[in-house]
Write a protein that binds this ligand. Sequence first.
Ligand SMILES: NC(=O)c1ccc[n+]([C@@H]2O[C@H](COP(=O)([O-])OP(=O)(O)OC[C@H]3O[C@@H](n4cnc5c(N)ncnc54)[C@H](O)[C@@H]3O)[C@@H](O)[C@H]2O)c1
Ligand SMILES: [Zn+2]
Length: 383
Amino acid sequence: MSRHNFAIPVVFTHRIVFTRNAFAPENPHLADILHEGGGRRACVFIEQAVATAWPGLIDAVPAYFAGLAVDCCGSTVLPGGEACKADDALVRQVWETLDQARIDRHSYVLAIGGGAFLDAVGFAAATAHRGVRLLRFPTTTLSQDDGGVGVKCAINGYGKKNWIGSFAVPFAVINDFEFLRSQDPADCRAGLIEAVKVALVKDPEFFTWIETHLPALAALDPAHLEICVERSALLHVGHIASGGDAFECGSSRPLDFGHWAAHKLESLTAYQLPHAPAVSVGLALDTLYSVQAGSLAAAAGARILRVLDALQLTTYHPALDWRDESGRRRIFAGLDEFREHLGGQLTVLLLQDLGVGVNVHHLDELLLDQCIDELRRRSGSRS
Ligand SMILES: NC(=O)c1ccc[n+]([C@@H]2O[C@H](COP(=O)([O-])OP(=O)(O)OC[C@H]3O[C@@H](n4cnc5c(N)ncnc54)[C@H](O)[C@@H]3O)[C@@H](O)[C@H]2O)c1
Ligand SMILES: [Zn+2]
């Protein structure tokens, strides 16, 4: 009998580009990346809402490939938004298209859309042939400042967010700021929550920068929006690349600050509450809890809530008050699910200071009750 442990080191290059008009013939980034990979074919998937907002895109994408050594097998327009993660219908459509286009492991899948669309197309690309090279083009604030530059993909399943998914480092991510202009302004602002989140757990100076530029950010001034998106994206990628746990094998999840409640709010509301506002509610809750638990100074907590208010972000949702037959708030099942997801021991990040987190392994439901009451009161007094 014998036992052998082998280390299998694998190094990925995570290419992140910030640009404008990525498919303009004179923009070199995509061509350079395609050349670097050496693949021969590409399949393009465009989210319906993006194709509608940018009608020239369907022709511009294949036109960009003219003269390159990569064949474009055409653009497929598919519906996006959270609904495309509800089941495997979109994933199967992508698989079928890839099969018909004879996409091989060296070929490329281009996915152009919001975070939900990228998650679903990304999962299809990660599982076709055990992984086809994915080029992501995030088109929302949230997907550019967080999800799109990450290394995960998933669809929802069994009543839970992101239950069916995979870790797969994209071949490249091209953040084209132009896409941000066609978003609904409230959605565009809502996506800033992930920038606030990463500032709070990683970079106090960035939080101060956000505080200093609140009016411009709330007005979605392009220059400020783009600085904020880029800084947030780089902080997220920096953590993934250097944090020592890119594929989340451990239990510490600083980038998931506020997310235990957010993910549960999304599933409780049957995904009627989108990810971005769910995160701002979850972040407000865990901020108040950090203060109530004696971890964070009240003045720091007040500064965070002031930022959320100034950016017009949601900090309360009635689903926080929904209760099960035993009278327990249903949101608390999110803690049970997160504990289970982590393998038995709950680990939630609270704040100790602006830019400094601390992991805790227990949240007091009575204290959470008080925090939710406070969030409801605040939202009532502001409306
Ligand atoms: N993989 C990850 O690491 C990761 C991280 C964070 C979030 N996510 C996931 O991302 C999703 C949320 O992403 P999101 O906030 O981008 O939401 P979304 O993808 O649902 O897009 C929001 C809305 O904007 C529309 N849209 C997209 N781009 C547009 C554009 N340029 N112009 C006009 N409309 C546009 C969409 O059709 C949708 O109606 C969630 O499913 C979340 O779980 C994944
Ligand atoms: Zn998130």
